[in-house]
Structure formats: C-alpha cells, structure tokens
Design a protein around this ligand. Structure first.
Ligand code: SAM
Ligand code: TMP
Ligand code: ZN
Length: 408
C-alpha cells in the first residue's frame, strides 16, 4: 500500500506516487568544517483523490527553510530581472492606475519586482520572512515587512495600510503549506475588485519534462488549473485567468478574485480541458512519471560513473535548491562531481546539503576548464550558455537530465 496523508487543502486523502527517501533541507548549504548534524526529512509526493492537489506528504518547519541565512537571491538572473520588470510595468499600466493604489507582494525576496513599483512611486509592501533578502530589499528603499504572510499578517497590514488592489506572489505560494490561512488573509486584504496574481511551476510541465528536481521541501504544492480553481472556491475566491509562462521550466500565472466580480477568461476553460484530456493526476500518469524518474536516476548515475572510470573531471553548474533532490536521490557526491559553481556569494565556500560537494565561484570554473558540467540550473540554460560560451568553445560538454539525460 502506498503511503497516504490528509490533504492540506480539502481534507481528502493524498496518496503517494513517488518517494525520494531521506532528503536534507534544500537551501541549507553547510559552512566548511560544520559539525552540526543536518536535518533530514522524507520527500514523498502524492495527489489528493478529492481535489487533485499534488503535494508533499511531510513538511519541513518553515523556520528551518526561511531564515536569516536563506541564500536564494532572485536578482541573480538577468533574465528573471527582466521578467519581473515586465510584471511590474504591466501592473502599473493596468491594476495600479488609481491615485492611492496599493500592492502587496508575498515573498518579495531581494525586491526584484517591487523595485520598479517603488521607482514609480506607487504604494507597496513586500512581505518577506527571510532576513538576509528582506534586508537587501529595505536597503533598496522598498517597504518590506520581515514576516511570514498568513491571516494574522493580512489583518495587521489591513489595519495599517488598507485594502490592496493587487496581491502578488511569484514562486512563493507553492512554498506555503498553511494555505487556508493565506487565502483567508488574501480575501480579507484584497480590495472588492482587487486581484490576487501568483505564478508557480506548472505540474503539467513537470510531468511532461520529467523535471523531478522541481520536487523538494520548499515546493510543497504542484499546482494545476483544476486544483487551484478548487482551492480558490473553498475560500470565497475564483480563478478567472491563467497564463502559461516560459520561466523556471514552465509556470502558470493564476489570477484569483472575489467570487463573481470578474468574468472568467476563455484561457481557464482551455487549460482545464487540456488537463482533463491529459489525465494529469490520474494514477497511471503519476506512476508512469515515477517510472521515468527512476530511469533518469539510472541514466545519470550510469553516465557519471562511466565518466569517472574514464578519468574525466565532471563538475556542476548552479547550486540550485532543485539540485538537492538530484544529488541526494541519485547518491551523487564529490566522488562523481568535483565541485558545483554558483554566482551567489552566500552559497560559495559552502558544501551542498546532504551531498557535501564544494560550491565555488564562476571564476574557478572559467579558470579550470573542466571537460563536463552538469547543468543543474537548466531553467536558466539560455542565459548560462551565452555567458559560458568559452566553456563550449574549449571543448567542454554540458550534461543535462531534463527532459532526459543527454550530453551536448
Ligand atoms: N518572488 C521571488 C522570485 O520569484 O524569485 C522569490 C521566490 S523564493 C523561491 C520564495 C520566497 O518566499 C523566499 O524569499 C521566502 O523567504 C518567501 N516565503 C516563504 N514563506 C513565505 C510566507 N509565508 N510569506 C511570504 N513569503 C514567504
Ligand atoms: P534557481 O534555478 O532556483 O533560480 O537557482 C539558480 C541558481 O543558479 C542560483 O543559485 C544562482 C545560480 N546561477 C548561476 O550560478 N549563474 C547564472 O548565470 C544564473 C542565471 C544562476
Ligand atoms: Zn484535496
């Protein structure tokens, strides 16, 4: 019998379809020489038989993931900086044209989106629990509250600032298991005709590409239009628009409003129909996905062992949170990958969680000219390939594992 749990959205039964075993906290990079024991949890993902929401069966306490040392900096990608500049400009031109319009962003990180809003002089507030990045936001002159968003936070913001025309969250809503409290807070804080817009990895893209590394502690939920529509209904909200986004390996931007205040776009019906036709959360689809994940593990470890046997040096590119699942599920350590390069200063000089591979600055990668590099930041492939043309020109080869293992 597969493991089961109670659905965090509707109370239905969540049945596991993939078990990745014991995993460390994905963004917990270790200082060298650290002797403190690492925290491990069991990474198991399942789908609810009632509302279809795909979710983790075990959660990591939020304070273990989002704290003063949280090392992820959203502004590290030029492509994502541009993406969020466009998001902000679009809000400024549409939902934020009233004189006193107010926008709240959940998980504003280092202010990558809100900086454009602040520059335009529009009333705003970022809610960001991770001190390391909230401080950067504040230093940029952006208003930020160092806090977790939940219903109590929403009430306190409402009392201080009034209702919001826009509540926005990118790559944050799927990080929050206590969704009921968040959606009740959103509904209370939102202006009568306001919009709650959020974008997160799309489960259909994860299945299509077998991007199993999207599954890790911080990604508690894996949304579809169907599960989001059901989740919204449970809290007096309604899904009125969806838009597929070509970032982070495929996402959907969902727009929720108070029930009945806006028309539903045709895109919602289209996406719901496509999901139904694909039988996205049906047992055979989920089991086939799990089979492909196991095959990817065999292919990747087979390739890396073969390269080691031939004496080739293999390194990693991008010490992503995603890579924690790949490295720990596949049992890849410093014997197979000498180091991982990453542009984030907060990760450099540390060891990858669980797998203990040193993280080094990009200059080391450029100087050492390894033969093979596993592209862990595959969602930033275009930007990284352009930056690292010299690696390929000198005969370097990229190893990828999404949508399948290949060397090119
Ligand atoms: N929005 C940025 C982006 O898309 O690049 C940051 C995404 S980052 C992966 C997720 C962020 O959500 C982190 O900065 C984390 O501290 C924040 N976060 C986690 N739980 C939260 C909560 N309950 N309320 C607000 N932010 C939260
Ligand atoms: P993400 O896939 O969760 O956005 O994480 C990307 C990681 O890759 C992050 O640690 C920063 C790193 N990175 C580089 O090292 N070089 C780059 O050019 C880019 C875009 C990201
Ligand atoms: Zn459910």
């Amino acid at each position: 019998m597969p493991e089961s749990a109670v659905c965090r959205i509707c109370g239905g039964e969540v049945t596991a379809f993939m078990d990745f075993g014991e995993q460390p906290v994905s963004d917990c990079f270790l200082p060298p020489g650290s002797t403190a024991p690492e925290h491990f949890y069991r990474l198991v993902v399942g789908a609810c038989s009632a509302c279809t929401m795909v979710q983790l069966l075990h959660e990591v306490a939020r304070a273990r993931m989002f704290h003063e040392d949280y090392p992820y900096h959203s502004s590290g990608s030029a492509h994502m900086r541009e993406h969020f500049r466009r998001v902000a400009e679009n809000f400024l031109a549409t939902e934020l044209t009233a004189d006193d319009a107010f926008i709240v962003e959940l998980g504003c990180n280092d202010g990558v989106m809100l900086r454009t809003i602040a520059e335009a002089g529009v009333r705003h507030l970022g809610v960001e629990p991770s001190g390391s990045v909230a401080d950067i936001t504040a230093a940029r002159g952006i208003r930020v509250r160092k806090d977790f968003f939940e219903e109590a936070t929403a009430r306190s913001i409402l009392a201080e600032d009034g209702r919001a025309a826009v509540i926005y969250a990118a790559n944050t809503l799927c990080h929050i298991p206590y969704m009921g409290s968040v959606l009740d807070g959103v509904r209370e804080l939102l202006a009568p005709d306001g919009v709650f817009v959020f974008e997160d990895p799309y489960f259909a893209d994860i299945v299509r590409q077998t991007s199993f590394d999207q599954i890790y502690d911080e990604h508690f939920y894996y949304f579809t239009a169907r599960s989001v529509a059901a989740m919204a209904r449970g809290h007096g909200l309604e899904l009125v628009d969806v838009e597929r986004l070509p970032v982070h390996g495929g996402e959907v931007r969902y727009t929720l409003v108070r029930e009945g205040v806006r028309e539903r776009s045709a895109a919602v019906g289209d996406l719901l129909a496509a999901e139904e036709a694909a039988e996205l959360t049906a047992r055979p689809t989920l089991e086939a996905f799990a089979d492909r994940v196991r095959a990817a593990r065999a292919d990747l470890t087979g390739l890396l062992r073969d390269l080691r046997a031939r004496g080739e040096e293999v390194v990693g590119y991008g010490a992503t949170a995603k890579s924690a699942t790949v490295l720990n599920y596949c049992g890849i350590g410093p014997d197979l990958i000498a180091y991982v390069t990453d542009s984030t200063p907060a990760k450099q000089g540390r060891l990858t969680p669980g797998s203990h591979i040193p993280v080094v600055p990009p200059q080391r990668f450029a100087d050492a000219r390894p033969r093979y590099a596993v592209l862990f930041a595959w969602n930033h492939a275009e930007e990284i390939m352009a930056k690292e043309e010299a690696f390929r020109a000198a005969g370097g080869r990229w190893i990828r594992y999404v949508p399948g293992v290949r060397v090119d």
